[in-house]
Design a protein around this ligand. Structure first.
Ligand code: FES
Ligand code: FE
Length: 375
């Protein structure tokens, strides 16, 4: 998305939109609905375009969404004004390069909305001096389960060992993992339904925690990276960037899993018991070809839809969905860790944070910030 005209077509909340870098350099989100009679003006997933021409009657819009071409325009009355027919643009804001849209014309700012989640986006983005980038290509898959089950699963430290036993065994056998260690860390609610688990992982991180799977030659390089991070950010932030992993939920359906590699995952319901999932790899822009290969291998082999972990998770979530057919079992239990002052990643505080916000929205209860604004 670096060049003017670079675009991605996406569906957000079921709505088709175009994310485009306009000719003035600004990133815009245009509603992908022709202002003539509604057809999609962009029908390819990604590319570079100076303009978008609707295939139906060939109205043409530039990269700022302005209507610039109407075949047979003289058939319209004098009151016809191209300016009235620009592609609509929802509210857009970004944080550390993550672009968010909001379909309501007013309301809280993105910064207020993200609340405590910003700190954890910072930890993800500070892995690279020059910035992170989404690697072209996506993992697209679906499962027969309610989308909220994937929210729970995406930061569920409790299921790791039993569900992914085979994969962890494989890592122990190949020397990459020491499963005698527990998972020291914490679970935090970040406001507005966002939540995270942050922990010292048993796996390595190219930024900057060495592990035998990286090979002896990487040891010195990783130490240099660590020293640089320490000089720039101080010991505590450098430790968290390098030596902790995090599974972050931006409420309601954006997951950032900063494990050995970083995966961005989002998912939307098609029906109450069926969801579609998209996942992308987020990597340092300046990483070596060798590091990129290691990270992409992890992206594929662990969280990929045909990898070691995701098929296990899909199996379990579809299993839950099947189990829900017995309505006599009315509730899932997510009370784990309520007896602890500081819940850990194998507890369920993070899920409670999600469900409390979900409950507030369904019952129209305002957040603290909303209540203050209304007062
Ligand atoms: Fe797009 Fe007619 S619907 S030009
Ligand atoms: Fe899992």
């Amino acid at each position: 998305m670096a060049q003017p005209g670079d675009f991605r077509a996406r569906r957000v909340a079921g709505r088709p939109v175009i994310l485009v870098r306009s000719d003035d350099g600004q990133v815009r989100v245009l509603l992908n609905t022709c202002t003539h009679r509604g057809a999609l003006v962009c029908r390819t997933q990604s590319g570079n375009a100076r303009s978008f021409q609707c295939a139906y009657h060939a109205w043409t819009f530039n990269s700022r969404g302005e209507l610039v071409g109407v075949p047979g325009e003289d058939a319209y009355s004098l009151s016809f004004d191209r300016k009235d027919f620009a592609l609509a643009q929802p509210r857009v804001d970004s944080y550390r390069g993550f672009v968010f849209v909001n379909f309501t014309p007013e309301g809280e700012s993105l910064s207020d909305y993200l609340a405590g989640a910003k700190e954890f986006l910072d930890l993800v983005c500070d892995q690279s001096e020059v910035g992170m980038e989404v690697v072209p290509g996506a993992q697209l898959y679906s499962m027969r389960a309610n989308w909220k089950l994937l929210v729970e699963n995406s930061f569920d430290g409790y299921h790791g060992l039993p569900t992914h036993q085979r994969y962890f065994q494989f890592l122990v056998e190949t020397g990459g993992l020491d499963m005698t260690e527990r998972l020291p860390g914490r679970a935090l609610a970040l406001g507005n339904g966002h939540a995270v688990i942050e922990y010292e992982p048993p796996w390595g991180r190219l930024v900057a925690q060495w592990n035998p799977v990286f090979g002896e030659t990487k040891k010195a390089e990783i130490e240099t990276v660590y020293a640089k991070l320490e000089a720039k950010f101080g010991a505590e932030w450098a430790r968290r960037v390098s030596r902790t992993s995090r599974n972050l939920l931006i409420f309601p359906n954006l997951i950032i899993n900063d494990l050995m590699a970083v995966t961005i995952r989002t998912f939307f319901p098609v029906s109450p018991d069926y969801m579609e999932v998209s996942a992308w790899a987020l990597e340092p822009q300046d990483e070596s070809a060798e590091d990129r290969a290691i990270r992409l291998d992890n992206f594929l082999t662990f969280l990929g839809p045909g990898g070691f972990a995701t098929p296990d998770d899909v199996e379990m979530l579809e299993s839950c969905q099947k189990g829900f057919a017995n309505r006599e079992v009315m509730w899932s239990d997510i009370s784990r860790g309520m007896n602890r002052a500081e819940p850990v990643p194998t507890d369920e505080l993070q899920m409670r944070a999600f469900w409390r916000r979900w409950h507030d929205l369904l019952t129209l209860r305002p957040t603290k910030a909303e209540a203050q604004r209304a007062a």
